[in-house]
Design a protein around this ligand. Structure first.
Ligand code: HEC
Ligand code: HEC
Length: 191
């Protein structure tokens, strides 16, 4: 037994010494759509930098298990979101450590205060400071791409995004289009 353990440990040690790259996540494929270090300049693909690791892992689990629409455009069919759990954990931890940079994007300044009123009433309790606090573990909303956020809100309302408690559907149901637009203007005003 002892000899076996020794051999086993030696094999194990040399494996790790010789192949350190195996444990490093390959972020390049993700960065093609999600931008360098996960800071996205692609309005359809969210910024991943600084998102809570748990939310990134949950999202990847949801994509892999059909609980969330993989993508909406034909050229995104092969986004490579169906990963093993180990890769998902490594990539989530990598992107969570990068710095979130708010998106420079247009918004309607005259709707920001209405959006803030609705947000403070219905969303702020779980998404502190306009959803800018990673510690909440409710993803990040302030400064995320508007077209992406709009799509997610519609997915919650339609039920296409199933990886969430009913709470958000309840919260979002009943919001009129103009309220959703104002919420998005408020979130986009964080630049
Ligand atoms: C071909 C483009 C493409 C590639 C490559 C890609 N993604 Fe995505 N990703 C998207 C799009 C588009 C969305 C938004 C999907 C939606 O609208 O629901 C998305 C969404 C996500 C989300 C959800 C974020 C959130 O806020 O809930 C995560 C996490 C994610 N991708 C991680 C990754 C990782 C990790 C990789 C690399 C292994 C990767 N993606 C590769 C296009 C891509
Ligand atoms: C009871 C807590 C709670 C409330 C209230 C709430 N949310 Fe959320 N929200 C969450 C959690 C948790 C997530 C993390 C992702 C998931 O589970 O799908 C989330 C995720 C989201 C996302 C997806 C972010 C992403 O990266 O894909 C959007 C958009 C969102 N919420 C918008 C809202 C808006 C707008 C309101 C108010 C009208 C709201 N939420 C109210 C808990 C809440």
């Amino acid at each position: 037994m002892k000899l076996f353990s020794k051999i086993f440990l030696t094999v194990l040690a040399s494996h790790f010494l010789l192949t350190p790259a195996l444990s490093a996540p390959d972020t390049q494929v993700c960065e093609q759509c999600h931008g360098k270090n996960g800071v996205s300049h692609n309005p359809d693909a969210p910024t991943l930098a600084g998102l809570p690791a748990i939310n990134i892992e949950d999202a990847l689990y949801a994509f892999a298990n059909g609980l969330r629409p993989e993508s909406q455009s034909p050229d995104n069919q092969d986004a490579g979101h169906k990963l093993s759990q180990d890769s998902a954990v490594l990539l989530a931890s990598y992107f969570a450590k990068q710095k979130f940079i708010p998106t420079q994007q247009t918004f309607n300044p005259s709707k920001v205060s209405l959006g803030k009123r609705i947000f403070d009433l219905k969303c702020e309790s779980c998404h502190t400071d306009a959803g800018s606090m990673a510690d909440d573990e409710t993803s990040l909303l302030a400064g995320q791409h508007t077209p992406y956020l709009r799509k997610q809100i519609n997915h919650f309302i339609s039920g296409a995004r199933k990886n969430s408690s009913g709470t958000r559907k309840d919260t979002l149901d009943g919001l009129k289009e103009k309220h959703i637009n104002a919420l998005l203007d408020y979130l986009a005003s964080h630049q």
